[in-house]
Design a protein around this ligand. Structure first.
Ligand code: SF4
Length: 283
């Protein structure tokens, strides 16, 4: 029986693989091939909007590199030469691999051999003819960028013209404590953004939502001040991507979270644009 893979169906088990899962991405405009380094649902942060079931604090487990290689070869071959698109009823115009996105059930850069994993994926996707046409994306909270293996991984990512989507949901320490449950200092945030931007193309991904003081007017002003500071210090963030919560959080705060409305997001986007940034909005 054919299954319907939609933009709201992000079931990581849909392909029956451990590390690879397909997502029809409205944002990307086609198939995004997700790579999950955290099948143990472990992250060093606990964002209040997190959609990972049974999220626990921790790192990615040891990677089975042989299995990752096998799954990636198999899946790229299945999509490019098999009946994947027919089986999942994908329309003709969407039958394109938009990107390979390292985005899993936890923080991917917590993987011990992170750089080795990036290199392996880059080599396989190039060998299968997917790169350089499709994009290589790493979605990360950016908190482990001080580690040498993470920096080596970002350099590898740059070799494949890849990009880092750096999560930043608040420009204040209190805001990050509230939204991400992290004690990340302002100094560390700036250091990590600078390292990232020096090593690879870096975009900022920001979730706007309402919960207690989150995204109050003073939070918006703090965000614009941070972007001004980044610009003045020539820390190059290529794009700001604003979005809001689209799916149910699995965290205890779920019932109290409110989506940011589109007018509010567009209002902030206009202010960001006025600072000279490229900006996108996905509500
Ligand atoms: S960084 Fe990502 S995986 Fe980790 S808690 Fe936040 S939303 Fe969940």
């Amino acid at each position: 029986m054919s299954k319907l893979l939609t933009t709201t169906n992000h079931d990581r088990d849909i392909a029956g693989l451990k590390y690879i899962y397909p997502v029809m991405s409205r944002r990307a405009g086609g198939l995004s091939i997700g790579i999950n380094f955290n099948p143990n649902n472990a992250c060093n942060w606990r964002c209040i909007y997190c959609q990972v079931p049974d999220l626990q604090r921790g790192n990615a487990p040891e990677m089975d590199f042989g299995l990752l290689a096998d799954e990636l070869h198999f899946f790229l071959d299945y999509v490019q030469h098999g009946d994947f698109f027919t089986r999942f009823n994908i329309t003709q115009e969407q039958r394109v691999i938009k990107d390979l996105a390292i985005s899993g059930n936890g923080e991917p850069t917590s993987l011990k051999d992170f750089d080795k994993a990036i290199r392996l994926i880059g080599e396989i996707a190039t060998g299968e003819g997917v790169f350089p046409t499709s994009k290589f994306v790493l979605i990360s909270n950016g908190s482990l960028i001080h580690q040498s293996t993470v920096q080596a991984g970002l350099s590898e990512l740059a070799r494949y013209n890849g990009e880092l989507w750096f999560k930043l949901d608040s420009a204040s320490e209190q805001g990050r404590k509230l939204i991400n449950n992290t004690g990340q200092s302002q100094k560390k945030l700036l250091e990590h953004l600078k390292i990232a931007a020096d090593l690879c193309l870096t975009k900022m991904q920001t979730c706007m939502l309402h919960y207690q003081q989150a995204w109050s007017d003073s939070e918006k002003q703090a965000y614009l001040r941070l972007l001004t500071e980044l610009r003045d210090r020539q820390i190059k963030v290529q794009k700001i991507m604003l979005y809001s919560i689209a799916r149910q959080s699995f965290q205890p705060e779920a019932e109290s979270l409110q989506k940011a409305n589109i007018e509010e997001m567009n209002g902030l986007a206009a202010d960001i644009k006025a600072l000279g940034y490229d900006v996108s909005v996905n509500d």
